[in-house]
Design a protein around this ligand. Structure first.
Ligand code: XMP
Length: 525
């Protein structure tokens, strides 16, 4: 539990895939909340935390199963507003005297419901449903096998869907609300209003901001680390940068950053990172220029997975070598985000197919015997950007497009040579300059040049050229999982191709990649 002067909301987690999204919706409303697994939440725990309201999350279990998770029974005697979602609704009904039955998934009269459904109003339930049903039925997202078959005493039905006669229920006297669907997900478009109404009923002031998060994160880091030394791998990306600056604010010189320069960075990138962190922020920084090592090992390699594996393995070795020079380090800081946490398990519960072995330092802490500090673990990418802003990182830095761990290696299909990397860096710089000049940078999720492993014939002046072809890539995306190509104008593409060919020696042909993801991937390898 974190000490905070804010009103708190307790989310009791019964193991839903989307519990974190409840927290996200609440944080968007500037409400401070904590998620705690149901196993840890006793009546005393709640009294000590003294939340202003409680939300019971969804979960995969069935309340009809003996021994399945419950909320502490005393919770319902504490006078607190409670909102139950899906499994949370069923827990409330079961514990308060109603009944829940197992749903039939297929066959006639099935009551299980997965995916989109439409809820119709049934009477008025203003505190919770203010702003709902203004334009008729509301789209919601259902994901339940079991269903409520008898309401607990005191509850009324305020919304129904074809397969959920108790889609929205409430006991308005006690401020108990229970819904069968998931208001926290994107596919319940008006779900945020429901949370807004719930926290208004509970009397939250909405005073929890990124500024408050920063203070609390700093306090937590100090408590965890004490007077020990911490190492932080810096890549130049937003996540590791925000992690480093937050840590530096919390523990100052107990932090040393290690920046592994694998020789696969963009133009001036290494200099910019070193200048910003060492000179501007005054953070202790080891700049490990290991480009000879990486490029040496990559020499002659053209298979994408082999290249990725070489880089991944060397990165860990090199990081460890430099980290070993820091006396008494006990912690490793990582910019792990919430999506990294959930993406590690696939929805089917098994390992998902490897399309590309992503470069990360996942195995490092165990190998080095270090404990982890992950201050961004609960945040989504846009929240990390907001925190970066709060910490004073320049806007141009915070808004930078993502850059992959293996760097330019995966933008140079086939064999990597210093010559090709040099050409690629220059072409990429011209392309990004064009995008910025045309004011398009922030509309694009990611843009870069790939140098192709092919030379083509051209004519410049009166002479023949035989130089590399390159491909421009620019995509729009929300999370990098799916993407579409950016619809540049022909003028833009023509002007950019001319500039690249005129300004970058070694390239005589420019193409634009219009593949979406899927079927393509964003990077070329
Ligand atoms: P793909 O190419 O898989 O890329 O469509 C999706 C997003 O992930 C980035 N990417 C990586 N990021 N390590 C990273 O940190 C990697 O190994 C890696 N591979 C791809 C890519 O730049 C895009 O944003």
């Amino acid at each position: 539990m974190t000490d905070t002067s804010h009103d708190r909301l307790l989310i009791i987690d019964f193991g839903s895939q989307v519990t974190q999204l409840i927290a996200r919706r609440l944080r968007e409303l500037n409400v401070y909340c904590e998620i705690h697994p149901y196993q840890n939440v006793t009546a005393d725990f709640i009294r000590e935390m003294s939340p202003r309201a409680v939300i019971l999350s969804g979960g995969p279990d069935s309340v009809t199963r003996e021994g399945s998770p419950r909320a502490p029974q005393d919770l319902f005697e504490m006078g607190l507003p409670v909102l139950g979602i899906c499994y949370g609704q069923q827990v409330m009904m079961e514990q308060l005297g109603g009944r829940v039955e197992g749903g039939k998934i297929s066959g006639g009269g099935g009551t299980a419901e997965f995916g989109r459904a439409y809820v119709e109003p049934n009477g008025t339930c203003d505190p919770l449903l203010f702003g709902w049903f203004l334009d008729g039925p509301e789209q919601v997202w259902m994901s339940h096998g079991d269903h409520v078959s008898k309401l607990a005493p005191g509850f009324e039905v305020y919304g129904t869907s074809p397969n959920a006669p108790y889609a929205i229920t409430a006991d308005l006297e006690r401020n108990f609300f229970a819904v069968q669907f998931h208001p926290e997900v994107h596919h319940t478009p008006n779900g945020k209003t429901l949370y807004e109404n719930f926290v208004r009923v509970a009397g939250f002031k909405g005073d929890w901001t990124m500024g408050a998060y920063r203070e609390e994160a700093i306090a937590k880091i100090r408590e965890q680390v004490g007077d020990k030394q911490v190492i932080c791998g810096l890549s130049g990306g937003v996540d590791s940068s925000v992690t480093a600056i937050l840590l530096h604010e919390a523990i100052g010189d107990q932090l040393t950053c290690v920046f592994v320069d694998h020789g696969l960075l963009r133009q001036n990138e290494a200099d910019e990172v070193v200048t910003m962190f060492r000179d501007h922020y005054n953070i202790k920084l080891i700049h490990a220029d290991e480009s000879d090592l990486f490029l040496g090992e990559l020499d002659g390699q053209s298979d994408p997975e082999t290249k990725r594996k070489i880089i991944g393995k060397l990165f860990i070795d090199v990081f460890q070598k430099h980290a070993d020079t820091i006396d008494g380090a006990e912690f490793l800081a990582q910019g792990t985000l919430y999506p990294d946490v959930i993406e590690s398990v696939s929805f089917s519960g098994g390992p998902s197919v490897t399309i590309k072995s992503h470069h990360n330092v996942g195995g490092l802490p165990e190998k080095m015997g270090l404990k982890l500090v992950e201050p961004l673990r609960e945040l989504f990418k846009d929240e990390v950007r907001a925190l970066g802003h709060e910490l004073g990182l320049p806007a141009s830095f915070i808004g930078r497009h993502p850059f992959p761990g293996p760097g330019l290696a995966i933008r140079c299909p086939g064999e990597i040579t210093r010559e090709k990397l040099g050409i690629l860096r220059k072409a990429d710089a011209v392309y990004i300059d064009q995008i910025r000049k045309h004011g398009l940078y922030d509309e694009i999720w990611q843009a870069f040049v790939a140098i192709l492993p092919v030379r083509t014939v051209g004519v410049m002046g009166d002479g023949r050229t035989y130089d590399y072809a390159c491909a421009l890539r620019a995509v729009t995306s929300v999370d990098g999982m799916t993407a579409d190509y950016y619809p540049f104008s022909h003028e833009f593409l023509g002007e950019t191709a001319t500039r690249i060919i005129n300004e970058v020696g070694g390239i005589n042909r420019v193409t634009y990649d219009i593949t979406s993801k899927p079927p393509g991937t964003i990077e070329w390898e």
